[in-house]
Design a binder for this molecule. Structure first.
Ligand code: SF4
Length: 76
């Protein structure tokens, strides 16, 4: 089953590489979306950080060390 939040989700805009996007989509969006941290926040009516990946980590920013991708973001 495909994710019911697909139209509310900005993941595709955040991932520039088509191949990388397809990996995320095949693992989460096309099947186990209930485990996606973005889905959980959307379903709860919360704001979803653009940098939040489905696994709960934040996408690294090219600017440098301020990005903290090592800590998962806790769902509300
Ligand atoms: S990233 Fe998560 S919320 Fe967004 S479409 Fe995929 S499964 Fe749904």
């Amino acid at each position: 089953m495909i994710c019911t939040r697909e139209h509310d989700c900005s993941l595709a805009r955040q991932i520039g590489m088509t191949a990388a996007l397809r990996v995320w989509q095949s693992f989460y969006c096309d099947g186990m979306y209930g485990r996606c941290e973005r889905f959980k926040l959307l379903a709860a009516g919360g704001a979803v950080p653009d940098r939040l990946m489905p696994n709960g980590r934040l996408l690294d920013l090219p600017e440098g060390p301020t990005a903290d991708a090592s800590r998962p973001v806790q769902a509300a």
